[in-house]
Design a protein around this ligand. Structure first.
Ligand SMILES: [Zn+2]
Length: 272
């Protein structure tokens, strides 16, 4: 079985030693790994995962260059880093173009850690640049386990973005919006966006998960673990326990991600 994990995090070794315990404490969760790329690779080997997308998050504008540099250093056949820009940086749209020119495939944003709202007008030049470059946008969506429940990236705000940027390769995380799944089912499922299923398999009961999966386009669901905040093997086990049938399962675990990353075939968004 081929597997791509579309949602992981890792940090430079020294930073991992500080950041992972601190972030885990803030969110009141236990990290499954120490946040180093070497540990991520070992976890991938154990779980039979071929490739992982590493989502970096710039929490200050000044971090752009360091993250870009580190992303180059760790990029490999198996690790696919998505650098980050910060919405407060007036150069954010230009930095998106630079990320593209330097060969990366996507960008990660996080409205809580970066203190913005997904549908703010100041984000438009960033989305415009992402769309024009054909870069993938992975953004945290829904509530966040470590923050008050302020609506920064809910179904309505996602719809606003994808309606205004119809060619943007938009990946909502956590099955559309973490812990806001009624609105996902009512407003988002079936629309033209990708959704990863990270941090949903242990929060939604299996019947509801299967129902949500069946209601979205089978070509636009992605497996993501959110490692190190969960264990990759455990997340795969939860997906396998759903008893999904092929070819749906292979699309979810591998084919959709491979196509979106340009590893096979051509990507297209659903028409709705
Ligand atoms: Zn994450």
């Amino acid at each position: 079985m081929h597997i791509i994990d579309f949602h992981t995090h890792a940090f430079p070794d020294k930073l991992a030693e500080r950041a992972v315990p601190a972030l885990a404490k803030e969110a009141n969760i236990t990290a499954a790994l120490d946040g180093k790329t070497s540990s991520l690779l070992q976890s991938m080997n154990r779980a039979g995962i071929e490739k992982s997308v590493i989502c970096s998050i710039a929490t200050r504008p000044e971090q752009f260059s360091k993250i870009l540099e580190w992303s180059h250093a760790v990029a490999s056949d198996r690790l696919i880093p998505f650098p980050s820009i910060h919405p407060d940086d007036p150069a954010a749209a230009a930095q998106v173009r630079r990320i593209h020119e330097e060969g990366f495939l996507g960008v990660k944003l996080h409205p809580y850690y970066q203190n913005f709202y997904l549908n703010e007008p100041r984000m438009n030049p960033v989305y415009e640049a992402l769309q024009a470059c054909g870069l993938i946008l992975v953004t945290h969506t829904g509530f966040d386990i470590a923050f008050p429940r302020d609506r920064r990236c809910d179904a309505q705000q996602i719809l606003h973005v994808i309606e205004n940027f119809p060619e943007l390769k938009f990946v909502a995380t956590h099955f559309g919006a973490w812990e806001d799944w009624d609105r996902v089912e009512n407003q988002l499922i079936g629309r033209r966006l990708y959704m990863d299923i990270s941090f949903s398999t242990s929060y939604l009961e299996p019947g509801r998960l299967r129902r949500m999966m069946a209601a979205h386009s089978p070509d636009h669901l992605l497996f993501g673990s959110d490692s190190p905040w969960t264990g990759q093997q455990e997340e795969i086990d939860r997906v396998l326990a759903l008893g999904l049938e092929n070819p749906f399962l292979s699309k979810l675990l591998y084919e959709n991600a491979a196509r979106l990353l340009g590893l096979s075939g051509t990507d297209s968004l659903p028409s709705k």
